[in-house]
Design a protein around this ligand. Structure first.
Ligand SMILES: Cc1ncc(COP(=O)(O)O)c(C=O)c1O
Length: 408
């Protein structure tokens, strides 16, 4: 009898899921936290989360919600109607983009909003233009949806910003969408309003969708200004999805509330998907998010001030290290220095052959956790989040400077 394939002789993990890499940023963070728990004095620049507690009035709203029986029940898949309304109001207030509550889908963080958006827009083989360095989740989420990420390289010489010429060169008849993020994770780059508008007009002319991630909208510094693409190019609204959430603005990473905004038919289709995946976001978290987006922006102004101070502090320490080029970021809370000048050197008997190897050496020898550029599609760089206390920031950056100072 010929051996028929059985479920046990076939691969245990599906090809689709087997191809997904672990989130490198969460992996670095988990390793740093494990070392810390084991008593090591590790300083973590890995996680992309503010170090501040969630503001008290938001926490109080959640505590009150816990006691209300109606929030112990299932609620509409797409989000509490009062939260969708408040998100529409907030979007007009903060971005000047007028949308109806029916264009909003409340999700388990910005991550699920992205997953929903890609799954709803992409058919197998559709191409998604993705400027690099990119946030590590984008390509995985695109591929999970059957899409093909088309990477457009940028570097520090252009402020990590993609040009229309690059977009035009990468465009093919299979191009379905462009992923756009400003301020950017991992680089902190912020596109000027004129650049945002030019890219929006290009997408409009080419008839492609833009998935624009506005999660760092309130974290811009100095002369930089946040600009929302569908506000600058209103005709784009019918082929644009805005991703946002409360995680970064209100220091609410653990509450898991984000949202997508888009044309009503796409939002309805994405809501159908969510109805079979996760249903409604936890009601207590939605009530907390309602308090956040309905309130003022005083708490984020305080956090922004601290981040602004820290971005100067970390840039100045890293820029002083021989072999490192560290542009001053204009937004978010990351620096993305090039470490190409350090590669090939010997550090405490080990050769830093790549940024991944360098990050491992820095963790082992200086007990400082950083994320290598490999995680963002651009080897030769490190990402450091400066959303940690001033003392830790100073101590961690100084340890790196001391360690690399020994290299030769
Ligand atoms: C660019 C970007 N978009 C979206 C998210 C998703 O955030 P969350 O799922 O915590 O809302 C993050 C988090 O790191 C991010 O950096």
């Amino acid at each position: 009898m010929s051996a028929q394939p059985t479920p046990l002789t076939r691969p245990r993990i599906s090809a689709r899921i087997g191809a997904i890499a672990e989130s490198a940023t969460l992996a670095v963070d988990a390793k740093a936290k494990a070392l810390k728990a084991a008593g090591r004095p590790v300083i973590g620049f890995g996680a992309g989360e503010p170090d501040f507690p969630t503001p008290g009035y938001i926490v109080d709203a959640a505590i009150a919600a816990c006691r209300e029986i109606k929030w112990h029940r299932y609620t509409p898949v797409g989000g509490l109607p009062e939260l969708k309304e408040a998100i529409a109001t907030k979007t007009l207030r903060d971005s000047g983009f007028a949308v109806s509550p029916g264009q909003v889908l409340v999700t388990n963080g910005g991550k699920q909003a992205l997953y929903n958006a890609f799954a709803t827009l992409l058919d197998p083989g559709d191409e998604a233009l993705l400027p690099a360095p990119f946030w590590t989740t984008y390509p995985e989420s695109i591929q999970l949806a059957g899409g093909v990420p088309v990477i457009l390289m940028t570097d520090e010489t252009t402020g990590y910003r993609v040009s229309i010429e690059q977009l035009e060169a990468a465009y093919t008849p299979r191009t379905k969408l462009l992923v756009f993020v400003s301020p950017s994770n991992p680089t902190g780059a912020v596109y000027s309003p004129a650049e945002v508008e030019a890219i929006g007009r290009w997408a409009l002319e080419r008839g492609i969708w833009v998935v624009t991630d506005e999660i760092y909208e309130h974290l811009v510094y100095g002369e930089a200004r946040f600009a929302s693409m569908p506000t600058l190019v209103p005709e784009l609204a019918n082929q644009c999805i805005v991703i946002n959430g409360v995680a970064k603005t209100y220091s609410m990473t653990g509450w898991r509330v984000g949202w997508m905004i888009g044309p009503a038919d796409v939002v309805k289709a994405a809501t159908n998907l969510q109805s079979h995946a996760t249903s409604n976001v936890a009601n207590v978290s939605q009530i907390a998010a309602l308090a956040a987006v309905s309130g003022d922006l005083a708490a984020v102004a305080t956090m922004r001030e601290a981040f602004d101070r820290r971005r100067h502090a970390i840039t100045s320490i890293l820029s002083g290290i021989d072999g490192i080029t560290c542009p001053l970021p204009e937004g978010a809370f990351y620096v993305y220095p090039s470490v190409k000048g350090v590669l090939g050197r010997t550090i405490r008997g080990r050769v830093a052959t790549s940024s991944a190897e360098l990050a491992a050496i820095i963790l082992d020898e200086a007990e400082v956790a950083v994320v290598p550029g490999e995680a963002f599609g651009t080897p030769g760089y490190l990402r450091l989040s400066y959303a940690l206390s001033d003392n830790d920031l100073h101590e961690g950056a100084t340890r790196i400077a001391r360690l690399l100072g020994e290299s030769g």
